[in-house]
Design a protein around this ligand. Sequence first.
Ligand SMILES: [Mg+2]
Length: 246
Amino acid sequence: MNFLLVTDLDNTLVGEDTTLLRLNQKLLANRDRLYLIYATGRSYALARQLQEEQNLIEPDYWLTGVGTEIYRKDERDPEWAERLSQDWNRDSVAAIASGFPDLILQPETEQNPWKLSFLIDSERADTVLANLQALITQAGLRAQIIFSNDEDVDILPKNGDKGLAMTYLREKLGIPPEKTLVCGDSGNDISLFQQNTLGLIVSNSRSELLAWYRLCGESRHYRSRARFAGGILEAIDHFKLMPPSE
Ligand SMILES: [Mg+2]
C-alpha cells in the first residue's frame, strides 16, 4: 500500500456533493494503493446510515464514537476494546458528570461502554468543562474531555481517542506517518493532528480547531483553501500522495 487516508465524516468528507463525487472517483481509481479509514464522532450505526445516504465508498476500517470503537466490516476490534477498558471506570465518571446540570445527556444511541456524550451551551462550556476536568482528576480517574462543534461534550478513556485509535491501526497496517494523511474540521479531530502524520484542516473548520491550529499547528499540517472534500483533494495534491488531479 502506498498511503493511508484517515478522514472525519461530517463537515470534512461530507458537506459538498460535487467535490465528494470527485474525491470518491479519485479514491476508487487508486483503491488498490491506499487504505481508507473513516474517523467519526458518530456511532457505528449512524455512520453506516450516513454512508448509505451519501454513497460513501467502503472504507477498510471505521473509527466510531470519537475513536472509542474500531470496526472492520461489522466486527468490533476486541483488542482495542480491551485496551480501552483498562483503567476506565464509566460509572464513576457518570456520577461526577451528573452533578453538572449544564450537561444534557445525548440520546442512548450516542453512548457506548467507553464514551459518555452530552450537549452544552457554548457560553457555559469553558467554566463547566474546567470544573468537570478538575473533579475527574481529583478522583484519580483516567478520562479525557473533548469539546466539539460548539456543543458536543464527550468523555472518553485517557488511552482512547481518534488520534490514538488511528495510530494503533496505522502501526498495524505498517504505513509510516509521512505516508498518512488525517483530515478534520472540529475539536474531536485535534487528537488526530497531535499524532505525527500529515494533516489537513479544511477551510470550513470550527473555531475550536482553528484556535488549536494557530497555537500548535506545524509544517506537516495543511490548511486548505477549499472546503469539505475539496480540501481533501487539495491536500492530496499538496502532499503529492497520488497522481495530480486533472
Ligand atoms: Mg466533523
